[in-house]
Design a protein around this ligand. Structure first.
Ligand code: NI
Length: 145
């Protein structure tokens, strides 16, 4: 049986209203249950950041303003430095100024973390969202590496 610990968290009212609205749309009637769901999602989305030596895969969403000088070129150069972990990239023109790069990645967690940090540090990048999962390596793959 799960043991529960109580904790008190101070939240801005706006944030709480937003949470309640999302919970209502999901049909979740208990705020405590909703907060547990949110924490589990947060952990699932970020666990890869603290992992070591594991294989991961996923996508990195890079939202940027392409009118900032050289941003396109810098993002492309960084990707060309990491050909071993980038499987594919998709460019979406969002508006006159904004673009979205969807970069599919697969590799060692440390390499994916480094690529994410490099891309996120480029001037003109508005938001970077890595969606990364860990996967198990088969014995055959382990023998090769
Ligand atoms: Ni574009």
């Amino acid at each position: 049986m799960t043991r529960y610990a109580k904790t008190g968290v101070a939240l801005p009212e706006d944030l709480l209203h937003e949470l309640d609205e999302v919970l209502r749309s999901l049909g979740v009637t208990s705020r405590s249950q909703g907060i547990r769901m949110a924490i589990r999602n947060f952990i699932a989305l970020n666990t890869w950041r603290v992992s070591r030596g594991v294989n991961v895969a996923g996508v990195i969403l890079v939202h940027y303003n392409h009118e900032k000088h050289d941003v396109d070129e810098i993002l492309t150069d960084i990707q060309h430095e990491h050909l071993d972990i980038i499987q594919s990239a998709l460019h979406v023109h969002l508006s006159k100024e904004e673009c979205l790069q969807i970069i599919a990645v697969k590799g060692k967690v440390e390499d994916i973390r480094m690529l994410t940090e490099k891309l996120g540090g480029v001037k003109g990048v508005l938001n970077i969202i890595p969606l990364i999962i860990q996967y198990l390596t088969s014995n055959r793959e382990k023998a090769r590496s």
